[in-house]
Design a protein around this ligand. Structure first.
Ligand code: IDP
Ligand code: MG
Length: 135
């Protein structure tokens, strides 16, 4: 039996700017998952740098930080059975060019630099990210 989990989800600035928030929320709710918390906000550069610290040595890091601070995001806590993995499946691959049709990134994004949505990649990171953004 799968466990009820909580995961951290963030609709990125490109999707908020392009008014895709409602479409993405619809996908999450139709999948049977529950939005526990949700807030539109702007991110500090420092918070983004901590959140993406695992990518600090990548050539695209500065662009990523610039992108994530370019406008408001919508951050959420999403819960449900196997919520962490289920959201990763709903989101699709990191690179929208290879994300499958029917996934959020496959359907709404074209560019890995601006790939619409963040979702925690493990239960452990979900707890850390929920505390980081909502604690
Ligand atoms: P994930 O978002 O699917 O978990 P990560 O590897 O954790 O993927 O990367 C975090 C974010 O960094 C991605 O969602 C994307 O916005 C950006 N990113 C990852 N790889 C690349 C790349 O090769 N070029 C540009 N941006 C990238
Ligand atoms: Mg990640």
């Amino acid at each position: 039996m799968a466990d009820i989990e909580k995961t951290f989800i963030m609709i990125k600035p490109d999707a908020v700017r392009d008014r895709k928030t409602g479409l993405i929320i619809d996908r999450i709710e139709r999948s049977g998952l529950t939005i526990e918390k949700m807030e539109k906000c702007e991110l500090d550069e420092e918070l983004v740098k901590v959140h993406y610290a695992h990518l600090a040595d990548k050539p695209f890091f500065a662009d990523l930080v610039g992108f994530m601070t370019s406008g408001p995001v919508v951050k959420m806590v999403v819960s449900g059975l196997s919520a962490v993995g289920k959201m990763r499946t709903l989101m699709g691959a990191t690179d929208p060019q290879v994300a499958a049709p029917g996934t959020i990134r496959g359907d709404f994004a074209v560019d890995v630099n601006a790939n619409i949505i963040h979702g925690s990649d493990s239960l452990e990171n979900a707890a850390i990210e929920i505390e980081r953004f909502f604690g």
